[in-house]
Design a protein around this ligand. Structure first.
Ligand SMILES: C[S@@+](CC[C@H](N)C(=O)[O-])C[C@H]1O[C@@H](n2cnc3c(N)ncnc32)[C@H](O)[C@@H]1O
Length: 252
């Protein structure tokens, strides 16, 4: 891959207002400067992985639904053996990482327990069966290994993706409005490639599993009270924006 190497990242404290503002500003310019936006997001996410699981250098990392490979590239930059699995060749883009594999996250072409870190950023809300998807992430992670899963929940202000925040008035109405405003069809259709995933049920389901422990359940981007906000039933569905789960695979 011949993407230019971004300037060295001096990660800001997480959570902090400075960090959240930097991510938000980059996100606002995502359409014009996708490279800058996703490189920053990738550096930030790998910082988070290292904060919970230690340096990734020398570790085997599996990036599931990794799109164009920004996260895989960042893991590699830090010395990890990182592998990208992405089912949609259009998402891979023109410059996917070397050795990227076209594969579905429900059925990864990997043996059990091969990964030290299994990573999935903003994929869970795009699969129809999040629990089966999670089970596959768990299967490929070694006992003691870390699983990083984040997703934008449905009642998040960004839950409707490109048609947010109008999803609060209903998905169909929001999609129609998007088409009227932009003159092009929306990328996402509820029930096809975007699903209403909620924080409360997801937390209950992962906590009920006997093959993982929950190391952290927090807001991925929020500048303060990142774990506290997730503990408030009801409010968390709106206020978390994006749930980050750090799970540890239990011994068999
Ligand atoms: C919003 S993009 C996220 C890309 C990247 N991980 C990121 O955080 O920027 C959602 C990705 O999930 C992928 N995806 C959808 N269904 C999937 C599945 N069953 N298994 C693996 N990836 C899937 C899509 O192809 C897409 O690349």
């Amino acid at each position: 891959m011949s993407r230019s190497s971004p300037r060295p990242y001096r990660g800001t404290k997480d959570p902090s207002l400075r960090r959240s503002l930097a991510l938000f500003r980059a996100f606002l310019r995502e359409q014009d400067e996708p490279e800058r936006c996703y490189s920053l997001l990738a550096r930030d996410a790998v910082d988070q992985v290292e904060a919970y699981g230690g340096a990734v250098e020398g570790r085997t990392v599996v990036d599931v639904g990794g799109g164009g490979g920004y996260f895989t590239e960042e893991f590699r930059r830090r010395g990890a053996h990182a592998y990208l699995f992405e089912p949609d060749v259009r998402e891979l883009g023109a410059e996917p990482p070397e050795d990227a594999v076209v594969a579905d996250g429900y059925l990864l072409p990997l043996g059990g327990g091969v990964a030290d870190v299994t990573f999935s950023s903003n994929v869970l809300e795009h699969v129809a069966d999040p629990q089966t998807f999670l089970s596959e992430l768990v299967r490929v992670t070694r006992p003691g290994g870390l699983i990083y899963v984040s997703f934008t929940n449905w009642y998040s202000p960004w839950g409707g993706h490109e048609w947010a925040p109008w999803h609060y008035l209903g998905a169909e109405r929001a999609r129609a409005r998007y088409r009227r405003r932009t003159g092009r069809p929306a990328k996402h259709t509820l029930g096809e490639n975007l699903f209403a995933v909620h924080i409360g049920p997801t937390l209950r389901q992962v906590r009920a599993r006997d093959d993982v422990t929950v190391v952290s359940a927090r807001s991925r981007y929020w500048p303060f009270l990142a774990e506290t906000v997730v503990k408030a039933p009801g409010i968390r569905e709106f206020a978390t924006w994006n749930l980050l789960l750090i799970l540890r695979r239990c011994p068999p």
